[in-house]
Design a protein around this ligand. Sequence first.
Ligand SMILES: [Zn+2]
Ligand SMILES: [Zn+2]
Length: 175
Amino acid sequence: MNVLREVSQLSVDVAELLRQPGTSRRLEFAEEMEGLSLETGRVQPALTFELRLDSLVEGILVSGQVQGVYDFDCSRCLSPFSEPFSVAVSEVLAYEGQPGAEDGYEISGDHAHLEPVVRDVVMLAMPLKPLCREDCKGLCPICGADLNAEDCGHDRRPTDLRWEPLARLRERVEE
Ligand SMILES: [Zn+2]
Ligand SMILES: [Zn+2]
């Protein structure tokens, strides 16, 4: 086991909760987690945690909130922007040998390793098509201009195929 992980606050000493169903503990701390990213964005390393640990028969329930900031590139206009987030956690870290212990959420010795849980909830909450703003106009498909900043004048109306037969009919009638 590497030293960094031992000193991380995400590796919580839960000795007083072990096998004591009904007992609980609150945790508030800030911790850095590097390397959380998807194709569509990244998580800034500085995260804050407000968690509650509840001792159950089969393990420890971790619940609460993780807060931080996402960095995205807009999926329409490609400009970078940041967005704060707050995601809910509610997962059971099972004792070794209990069902559920095999999926990586586990207690080993007297430490609960919260990192995989946090990694999963923060990544899952990331939008797959981030937008710098709800009505982002995107880039012109013809010249690439950022349409939020300028109107290049190109006709970008998507052709709606459902209306094509009608348009053709109208052309014929007008002839
Ligand atoms: Zn945009
Ligand atoms: Zn254009």
